[in-house]
Design a protein around this ligand. Structure first.
Ligand SMILES: [Fe+2]
Length: 192
């Protein structure tokens, strides 16, 4: 008899950013102003390094990235466990939960009729999208053929290799901040 995995592994995690009401408006204006590059499907994005290492000097971006780094160990623990039935315990992991790095961090803005075609973020390990504005009538995120309606102030984490898209929507001003995360352990094995 073939042994079967006794659960359906987690492939996405959503949670709410507690300070959304304080900084979303400022971040929305910042992204809208700087999203000039067309994506395939019609949306506009900033450059992929826009928000890295507080390059813009925006304290609101730093607040958001600090919070993402705060929750990241628990996010990777959930992905590693594959289910939510275990208490967070970094000692259970065969890796360093604090040695993940946001390597790309950018903004996307969609007006009416704009979206982005199916793509993935391979070879990054984990990707996220944080929602600044999802006006009534905004298209959902489609992640591997599942429609996911996210609201302002919510973040979704998923695996970098998972295909996703946003269909052209009926409203202006759908806006998010996306990021790509790599595992980059400081401890290295030197071949003998
Ligand atoms: Fe994407």
């Amino acid at each position: 008899m073939v042994v079967k995995l006794p659960f359906t592994p987690i492939t996405r995690i959503t949670t709410d950013f507690p300070d959304a009401s304080k900084i979303n408006s400022i971040l929305y204006e910042l992204i809208k102003e700087n999203a000039k590059k067309a994506v395939i499907g019609g949306g506009k994005r900033t450059d992929f390094q826009f928000a890295n290492n507080n390059r813009t000097g925006s304290k609101e971006l730093k607040i958001l990235s600090d919070w993402i780094y705060d929750i990241l160990p628990q996010i990777v623990f959930l992905f590693a466990a594959g289910h939510g039935d275990q208490e967070y315990d970094p000692d259970l992991m065969g890796f360093h939960p604090t040695e993940f790095e946001i390597r790309e961090f950018w903004g996307v803005h969609y007006d009416k009729g704009e979206g982005v075609i199916f793509h993935n973020h391979f070879p990054y390990n984990i990707s996220f999208v944080y929602y600044l504005r999802t006006p009534e009538g905004s298209s959902p995120l489609i992640l591997e053929n599942e429609e996911i309606f996210l609201k302002e102030g919510e973040i979704i984490f998923f695996f970098g290799h998972q295909f996703h898209c946003v269909e052209a929507g009926d409203v202006d001003g759908r806006c998010s901040i996306a990021g790509n995360i790599l595992y980059n352990p400081k401890v290295q094995i030197t071949p003998m």
